[in-house]
Write a protein that binds this ligand. Sequence first.
Ligand code: C2E
Ligand code: CA
Ligand code: CA
Ligand code: CA
Length: 279
Amino acid sequence: AKETGRNNFQFYTPAMNERALERLHIEGDLRNALEREEFTLHYQPQVDLRSGQIVGVEALIRWQHPELGMVPPVRFIGLAEENGLIVPIGAWVIRTACLQNKVWQESGFGHLRMSVNLSARQFAQEDLVDSIAVSLREANLAPEYLEIELTESLVMADVDRAIGILRELKALGVQLSIDDFGTGYSSLSYLKRFPIDVLKIDRSFVNDITIDPDDAAIVASVISLAHSLRLDVIAEGVETEEQLTYLREHNCDQIQGYFFSRPVTAEAFSVMLKDGKRL
Ligand code: C2E
Ligand code: CA
Ligand code: CA
Ligand code: CA
């Protein structure tokens, strides 16, 4: 029904709510956004807690809509996932992120790991591994500087298939991380069946570590279990000094969050690198 949204437009009645109307508009506009070059990537640093230095960066998509202004991903990623547009959009993200990381490498910031988010639809694509390989080759970027973030629910949906694809990606040489860890139902020991390198603790846990003893305990034990499985741990959504202190005391490897920096444009990120901004 969604695909015929534009054709059905004449059947619009005032009863149709505003959200549905916005959805129709957005979906139509989303179809043209790629060729109109309305997407950009913002970049959020990931900082190593031992050295205090920026060691990684997550690419986060933004849509500069001609009328609506900056549209955040929560308003269009789900839609793009449903109608399949996420596949070409996601390919653009990977290509752009690889090219950008190459630029930063060539300006002398060699050891920067670039993370991109992968959606379920992309993960289901037959040619996923090939298309990532092509992006790396076109950017002339060494594979270890690209990290693919997959959510727990995405890999748990079809475990055997997921393991197969992750092995192929690993063979290609890219880094793999599990995003939003803790929000799904899998245990860490189960996840260890997957050839992953990094665990990102979801910001909902990080948020409350200084006020909720249960969340604090969960975060501490996830970090130590992850380490015993030789995984690096990144805490997401770190906003305060108190959270940072707790994470440091519990040997978290890296942090990402507003405390250090919000996601910023490529230009602003370049300045951060040049200035040697550190924790
Ligand atoms: P995510 O992958 O969990 O990305 C982290 C989100 O948390 C980002 O929101 C980031 O701006 C936000 N964030 C970072 N630090 C803090 C903090 O200290 N406090 C708070 N409150 N938030 C923080 P953003 O950029 O709006 O992205 C939302 C989600 O959209 C992402 O969640 C990801 O699931 C999805 N997304 C973004 N870009 C892409 C993309 O290129 N492809 C796909 N498939 N999904 C994407
Ligand atoms: Ca992510
Ligand atoms: Ca996340
Ligand atoms: Ca999230």
